[in-house]
Design a protein around this ligand. Structure first.
Ligand code: SAH
Length: 336
């Protein structure tokens, strides 16, 4: 609930106005039950426990990387489904990578999350709880969020926008929009809808190929919105919001990692000021695609940088705990 919604509910129960902010602050700080709200009377706590449910997630598993302290949580949802959240510890703060759907229907050829299709959208409450419960269970402050876990956030538009409003609330979790990144496979209509909201978050677009032929091999969504449309939507997004779009590019051996692809990417992106995040493909056994060699990654990066396109290779975190893209949920499903 947003603050106004909670306020209306409390009013309907005949509670005084100041209770709303009191409870809302507890929620933002991660209270898991009304019992913890020690400045409320016992009777009020009992009354609220009857009327509301506070948490949406129950922890199934927690894995901690011995290599870099990255943590991965697998959560059970109220209907028995499961999703995962990753906590990454950087020098500049803690970032939580959250899921936006149970499964995904986008069908990207390299991705583990899409293998069983989409089961359902996550609610705003479930996404908010991914952020809050991760902070509570890991015992740390959450400084930033990336919507790069399971699911296509723009395929769950209304819930995601509601989640962003909630998590951004200064009386709630209070995470600034500039500390939030949303990653999309390139749903052009939804990118325009998001631009119109003028949120100051960072939009990342999963490009993975500079041309239609290659991109269509990797991403079925390219049949609906081709690369020209995606580039144009990113331009519009920048003009409307003043925020440059960044691109994600997972290097897949012999598919999108040749010098030709790098040069083509330079041709399309030079002068746009866009940043390219190069990702080493995480091998997913069901998918059969291989990561590029380190030499190829280096050559590819050099062509981009020499061509005037800023590019960095994403650090690999949590590789000992299956911390990438739907791998933990897949592992659990295989065991069932
Ligand atoms: N659906 C959204 C966000 C979730 S995926 C999107 O497509 O952007 C987050 C990023 O991980 C995307 O760039 C996605 O293409 C990438 N990804 C998926 N599977 C991967 C894999 N096996 N190795 C490397 N990156 C992968």
């Amino acid at each position: 609930m947003t603050l106004p919604e909670l306020s209306a509910a409390f009013q309907a129960m005949g509670l005084p106005g100041y209770r709303t902010e009191q409870v809302f602050r507890w929620l933002g700080r991660g209270a898991g039950s009304f019992e913890e709200m020690t400045d409320l009377s016992k009777q009020l706590r009992a009354q609220l426990s009857e009327a509301f449910r506070l948490t949406a997630l129950v922890r199934l598993r927690r894995q901690i990387s011995k290599l870099d302290g990255t943590e991965k949580f697998l959560w059970a949802l109220p209907d028995g489904e499961s999703v995962e959240t990753v906590l990454m510890r950087y020098k500049h703060g803690n970032t939580v990578c959250i899921s936006s759907q149970v499964g995904c229907r986008m069908g990207c050829a390299f991705c583990a999350s899409t293998i069983g299709g989409k089961v359902r959208d996550l609610t705003a409450a479930e996404m908010l709880d991914e952020v809050i419960r991760t902070g509570v269970e890991a015992g740390c402050r959450v400084d930033g969020i990336v919507l790069m876990g399971i699911g296509e956030p723009l395929d769950n538009f209304d819930n995601v926008v509601r989640f962003l409003t909630l998590v951004n609330d200064p009386d709630g979790a209070n995470i600034g929009m500039r500390h939030i990144s949303l990653s999309t496979c390139g749903l052009v209509d939804a990118i325009d809808k998001l631009a119109a909201l003028r949120l100051q978050l960072t939009l990342s677009v999963s490009l993975h190929a500079p041309d239609d032929e290659t991109r269509s091999r990797l991403m079925p969504v390219n049949a609906r919105y081709g690369v020209d449309q995606v580039y144009a939507a990113c331009e519009r997004y920048f003009r409307t919001t003043g925020r440059r779009v960044s691109y994600e590019y997972a290097l897949v051996r012999d598919v999108n990692d040749t010098p030709w692809h790098a040069r083509e990417l330079v041709r399309r992106l030079r002068g746009t000021g866009s940043h390219v995040n190069l990702i080493r493909l995480n091998y997913v056994s069901e998918r059969g695609l291989m990561p590029s060699s380190e030499d190829t990654v280096r050559t590819f990066t050099k062509i981009l940088v020499d061509g005037g396109v800023t590019a960095t290779v994403r650090r690999r975190l949590g590789s000992d705990i299956d911390a990438a893209c739907g791998q933990l949920r897949r592992g659990e499903m295989r065991k069932l």
